[in-house]
Ligand binder design. Sequence first.
Ligand code: DQA
Length: 145
Amino acid sequence: MQILVVHGPNLNLLGTREPEVYGAHTLKQIDDDLRQKAQEAGAQLDTFQSNHEGALVDRIQAAGRDGTRFIIINPAAYTHTSVAIRDALAAVALPFVEVHLSNIHRRESFRHHSYVSELAVGVICGLGPLGYQLALQYALNHRGA
Ligand code: DQA
């Protein structure tokens, strides 16, 4: 079971970026924790962060060829703007869970719409880093399904 975790723009700044909104965990802490939990469950987990839309599209496209079976994605600001990321997810047709650290529905109205939710197996928002862990648990529980 190969799982890909994709993080969009500015998530490299987690830990120092608006900690009152996004919490104190760094991206490395989140990724290390996910990698360890996946490993304990006998799965392989790869992580990717980029501030560039095209790089995110390229990585999602590669997931369609590299044996990835499940994607966990926080497209960050591109959630609300990117038809290209939505189209890449549709093209590879891999099951994915959309994660947001903050509750996007309690925030500015421009964050309420997501271009990718419609294609997602599920959406988790507002639970901080736990959201990624729950998404991983879902992916592991649905292996082979
Ligand atoms: C985010 C929410 C987005 O609206 C924002 O642009 C982000 C992070 C979240 O994880 O809460 O960068 O995806």
